[in-house]
Design a protein around this ligand. Sequence first.
Ligand SMILES: Cc1ncc(COP(=O)(O)O)c(C=O)c1O
Length: 390
Amino acid sequence: MINQQKLIRGWEIPEAACAYHETRSAGNGAPYYLYDTSLIRRHCRQFREIPYEPKSIHFATMANINPEFLRVVRESGLAAFVNSPIHLHEVLQAGFQARSIVFTASALSDESMAAARRLGVQVNLDSLTQLQRWFALFPDAPVGIRCNIGEQVTPRDTRAGYFLGKRSRLGFTTAEIEAIAGDPRITGLHLYVGTDIDEVDYFIACYRVLWRYARLFPNLDCLNFGGGFSVPEQDEESFDMAEYGRRVSRLMQEESRALGREIRLALEPGRIIGGTAGYFFCKVTDVKRRGDHQFIGVDASSTQFPRPLLYPDTARHPVAIMRGNAKAVGSPAASSVYGCSTYSRDFLARDADLPAARAGDWVVLGHAGSYSASARTDFLGFPPAEEVFL
Ligand SMILES: Cc1ncc(COP(=O)(O)O)c(C=O)c1O
């Protein structure tokens, strides 16, 4: 189990968030997400500032599908990456241009392929049989393929498991890529290295391998390196975007020059765009003592703040108690924050060291801007928490 204490040291809730919270905490007690849009914009800008051109940056909408979040991202100059027809519909509604949208999924039905083709979005397919199906439906239609180059690198076990190598279900193996070498209809190669990775070296090593396969396709115009950029936890550095930008640009320049034509760089950042910009607020409704342990009950469920439910061993969120508009202080006790259902796993935080809480206080969970609101589930019967953008 994760020790939250290490994670909250030095974690601050921005003044604007405290001020907003004060205006509403006296009244409506319903749980809500609060987003710092200036931070979301800053993260988008960091990707736009990667020196290499041509490039396109596609926000991975599974991290956050809220229409207002999408608006902020679009206005910040990013395109979108989606992995389902419903998210495709959502980003079109939010005003993203169809031809700028990347659609990468697996085991697509004929209907999903046809919808993507009709709209003119950029499609990446996940297997040889999917590719054969695509060409049976649309014989001359250009398309990209997702590559699993795991045999050429040492795959990392990232937070959500393996995305490369034999333990990953995703993408064309290197033998399968070689089997279609020379096909003029393959215009893009796609790679997803893993999630929450902080090592620029690992990204670049994987990208270098993908470049070897780029040479096999005469009409290739884009290399899509996916996402996976880490969000810092306590005592960790932020992902080194400046270093990453320099190194990925240098690689693209050198390899494009050697190839004799410019290849577009595409990226699909998800978690890093809004992860640290989101906070989840919920009201304390009960406090129980069991020996030395404090159980803090709130008027929310982990189905509304679901990362601890989905990833009980790895979800890491800083947590604090707010009293009025300030963090509560006091000697810390081992604490858990539990949801107001009867489900035994309904915990929003475990093993946090928190001061004594009382009914009427608020619990604030940080790093709640990615894979949080978008991952909620109807299980247990709680409504979506409101999402507020500052
Ligand atoms: C293909 C692809 N691209 C991008 C992303 C976004 O990844 P991250 O949030 O780690 O940046 C994902 C997430 O699963 C993905 O599957």
